[in-house]
Write a new protein. Structure first.
Length: 94
């Protein structure tokens, strides 16, 4: 069971799924980009990832341009039902 630590809080994907949505799906290999979950009216909550961090993780094993293309083609476009994860894009810097 891989623990994920964000802002001093540790959790596991299994705990997140058990507490929020037991059918929640996760993006394999992108645990370091998982930032939380999204609540949606009338729909199940889904895992949420930081888009830029996902691409950074993928770029560890391939050139950045390929990682960017791979992310959009194989990750974002991989819809597997109503529990498919979402990917967050920040438009305003903190």
């Amino acid at each position: 069971m891989e623990k994920i630590e964000k802002n001093g809080i540790e959790f596991t994907k299994e705990l997140l799924a058990a507490e929020i949505n037991d059918e929640m799906l996760f993006a394999n290999g992108l645990e370091g980009a998982l930032i939380g979950y999204i609540e949606r009216a009338g729909m199940p909550s889904v895992a949420c990832y930081d888009k830029n961090k996902c691409i950074e993780i993928l770029a560890e094993d391939m050139p950045y341009d390929e990682a960017h293309e791979y992310f959009y083609f194989n990750v974002v476009d991989a819809y597997v039902g109503k529990n498919t994860p979402c990917f967050f894009t920040r438009v305003i810097d903190e």
